[in-house]
Ligand binder design. Structure first.
Ligand code: FCX
Length: 441
């Protein structure tokens, strides 16, 4: 059975050759013009990054190395006794472009579990933080502090050849992914269940199986499966999203994978990006508080208009690229729809119902409002509701789960950027006067 490093090593030379040929033969070819509206509009649609693992089509949604989410659900190995994609399968696909065998995935699970414990300085750091500090701030701090043991930073200091960068970037990235469950679960324990003992990592479990155990939900098979699906499909979403792009930018300075990903986590922590899943729950609970449990379509419509008229965005709706309902949203909805007990729960399920009903009303309201280019739900519209249903009701924690996931894609690209020898990222900026001058010229 191949290790993930061996599998990656096999595919790197061909990509290096492809890049070399592209640069030599077509370096001066144009991929399109740059419009003023793109420069002043958050670079929407600007083709300016190399990102090999996933492509986002505005209508169809995400494909990971050509595979849609349903393709991945069919092809990628699940955990023993489970059905959903596991993080290791997705990581293998993202890194190598290949569908792993079950044996390869099991070996990777063991490799990650064996590296899963935290160094004591990180435990002490996390335990010293006030529990009122946002869990995402804590996660970023813990990830940054793990760079104490960065093999990339140590090797760079000693002086290594550029061709070897990727091997150290890979070692650090796997180490970081392995430790994220223990770090994220320690934050959860400290903030919401102080004093509760944390179980040790089980070398026979997959990454998310261990994460669920550490969070205290290992006994809930459906929640473990939901987390596996959630963490796999949030892993990568092309390169230009704020978190992935941040990791790419920071690591292009040859900062090690830990601090590159710490930076990415703080981009994920913004309400227009990953924090939206927390915001969706807050918004929906406010709606329930204001309107009670018997919410009708008309009520939701009014509440949507109230949100919009007060100048706020409707969290969980709209997208920088997508122009259709997000297939990640659909995959998470389908997870619920195949579980009657989930749909039938009389109390907590109100949140899920509120989300489903909001979906029935919001696109028409957003179209009438006329601003957003995509009136449909994104992944955050439903993801938190299901966690809430299963008992993870502390919604300030939700983006941390997203943060455990996004490492799969963002760190894949950090490794590939080093394997391909990509340079420091440094786009050209223009002043307002310079833009005006360029138009007149
Ligand atoms: N509610 C109200 N207004 C919205 C809106 C929404 N859900 N989505 C977009 N708009 C508004 C924008 O604020 C903008 O208004 P402005 O002209 O006054 O500045 C206008 O519509 C045009 O924006 P648009 O081009 O459609 O969207 P952008 O690419 O600029 O922004 C995000 C995309 C995702 C940031 C935007 O749709 C939004 O704020 N959504 C709510 C927050 C959210 O759910 N984020 C999660 C996204 C994602 F899935 C993730 O990263 O996790």
């Amino acid at each position: 059975t191949k290790t993930i490093k061996e599998a990656l090593q096999e595919v790197i030379p061909a990509k290096q050759e492809q890049l070399k040929a592209l640069k030599k033969q077509h370096g001066q070819a144009s991929l399109g013009e740059v419009k003023v509206e793109q420069v002043i509009g958050g670079m929407r649609g600007l083709k300016a990054m190399l990102w090999d693992a996933s492509v986002l089509d505005p209508l169809e949604g995400i494909r990971f190395h050509g595979l849609t989410i349903p393709d991945c659900q069919k092809a990628l190995p699940a955990a023993p006794g489970g059905k959903e994609i596991i993080a290791e399968s997705m990581l293998w696909l993202l890194l190598t472009g290949k569908v792993p065998t079950e044996a390869e995935v099991r070996q990777l699970s063991r490799q990650l579990a064996e590296k899963g414990h935290l160094p004591s300085h990180v435990e002490k750091l996390i335990d010293s933080l006030p529990t009122s500090l946002h869990p995402m701030t804590q996660l970023g701090m813990g990830v940054a502090a793990l760079n104490h043991d960065s093999t990339f930073a140590a090797a760079y200091e000693k002086g290594i050849k550029k061709s070897e960068y990727w091997t150290y970037a890979l070692e650090d990235s796997l180490n970081l992914i392995a430790k994220l469950p223990a770090l994220a679960a320690r934050i959860y324990r400290n903030v919401y269940h102080p004093g509760r003992p944390l179980p040790s990592i089980d070398n026979n479990l997959d990454l998310v199986g261990n994460y669920a155990n550490l969070l205290g939900y290992g006994g809930n098979h459906d929640l473990v499966e939901y987390l596996r699906l959630y963490i796999s499909i949030h892993g990568d979403h092309e390169g230009g999203n704020a978190s992935a792009h941040t990791a790419h930018l920071v690591s292009s300075t040859l900062a090690d994978p830990y601090i590159s990903y710490a930076a990415a986590l703080y981009a994920l922590a913004g309400p227009l990006h990953g924090l939206a899943n927390q915001e969706v729950l807050r918004w929906q609970l406010n709606m329930r508080k204001e309107l009670g449990d018997n919410i009708t379509h008309e009520h939701i419509k009014e509440f949507l208009w109230k949100t919009l008229n007060s100048g706020q965005v409707v969290p969980g709706y709209g997208h920088g690229v997508l122009r259709n309902p997000d297939p990640r949203f659909i995959a998470l909805q389908e997870f619920c729809d195949t579980r009657p007990e989930l749909l039938a729960d009389p109390v907590i399920n109100l949140v899920k119902k509120a989300s489903a009903r909001t979906y029935e009303v919001a696109p028409a309201v957003l179209k009438e409002h006329g601003k957003t280019k995509n009136p449909y739900p994104n992944v955050d519209a439903a993801s938190g509701c299901v966690l809430f249903h299963y008992g993870i009701t502390q919604f300030k924690y939700y983006t941390v789960i997203f943060g455990v996931s996004r490492a799969l894609g963002a760190l894949t690209q950090v490794v590939w950027a080093r394997a391909l020898g990509l340079p420091l990222e440094r786009p050209k900026s223009l002043s307002l006067d310079a833009i005006e001058k360029a138009i007149k010229a």
